[in-house]
Design a protein around this ligand. Sequence first.
Ligand code: CP3
Length: 356
Amino acid sequence: MPADTRNTKAATTEKRFLAPFRGEATWPPPIWLMRQAGRYLPEYRATRAKAGSFLKLCYNPELAAEVTLQPIRRYGFDAAILFSDILVVPDALGQKLEFLEGEGPRLEPIREVADLTRLDPGMAEAKLAPVIETVTRIRQDLPKETALIGFCGAPWTVATYMVEGQGSSDQAKARLWAYRDEEGFGQLIDILIDTSIDYLSRQVEAGADCLQIFDTWAGSLPDDEFERWVIDPTRRIREALRARHPNIPVIGFPRGAGPSGTWYVAETGVDGIGCDTATPPFMMSEAYEDEDVVVQGNLDPLLLVAGGERLDDRVDEILELMEGQRFIFNLGHGIVPETPPENVARLVERVRKVGA
Ligand code: CP3
């Protein structure tokens, strides 16, 4: 390891999490985990029960702030992520959202351009006010060395849920609409772009230090459509945010993008790239070297369920691979509910040990 990256700059940066975005290859790398607040934690389950439902929890600033802080208290992650969901945006636009126990989200589907009249973008700001209030509360209670990540779903991924009305394995309805009526589907994407820009800006104004754009279904599109529905909307959001909040880094998570990840980084201007579980080591360590971008990822969440030596070995491999680079340790997708909390402790301890 180059000696000058070992713990040196960390002391001069109040929030270690932000150091890589300032060009510093801080080591050990900062760590946080997607879905770090969630059902694998007993304290989360208790707070969720108190709120009454997942969606009520999302709109309850006091309890949403509480569950955001729970994993920080337990593990001391370098960043907290706002507790909410990417689907509060369609809900705020007037497309009623429900989460069915054990089944996931349900929305009344939007299938064609005529259905867009059911959306009321003018309502979104008021409906999302409790989420912004959550950000304000988290900021007040978060240790000053811990960064706060705000987020939204990318327009493409959010649109797939709006069109399907639920999760799907192939996003076929959204893809078909986009082929049959590019202009009409583009109107839906434009609404999501504008709403997301305002929503993320307000999260920053309330105290977010960094933003992540979750594009869970980026991998379902061929190249022209990837450019039109993944790259272009993300670039527009990135540019608008840069104009409003020039110093706030944005991490893109184009899950499943594969080799198009470098194209995505070059064209969108994101400051960080979230790599999914399937991203191969050479891509993590080399593909982004010429881009001015922080790499984040990509431990398999199931290794966190399995634990033991398989977990340790893979953590060591990732650390060796990324040593000396501007890197943030994370999973390749969210923590799953079956994860034993003690395995998360084991992971954090192992990552922190490398620079000690
Ligand atoms: O990372 C975090 O801890 C922040 C909170 C967060 C949640 N969802 C909480 C949540 C974030 C950033 C998300 C993003 C999200 N939500 C995505 C993109 C990332 C990804 O996982 O691919 C997507 C596609 C959604 C939509 C969504 N929310 C689905 C499909 C489901 C049901 C599946 C499931 O895991 O239950 C949710 C529910 C959800 N979002 C839960 C949590 C903690 C579980 C709700 C519960 O308590 O029952």
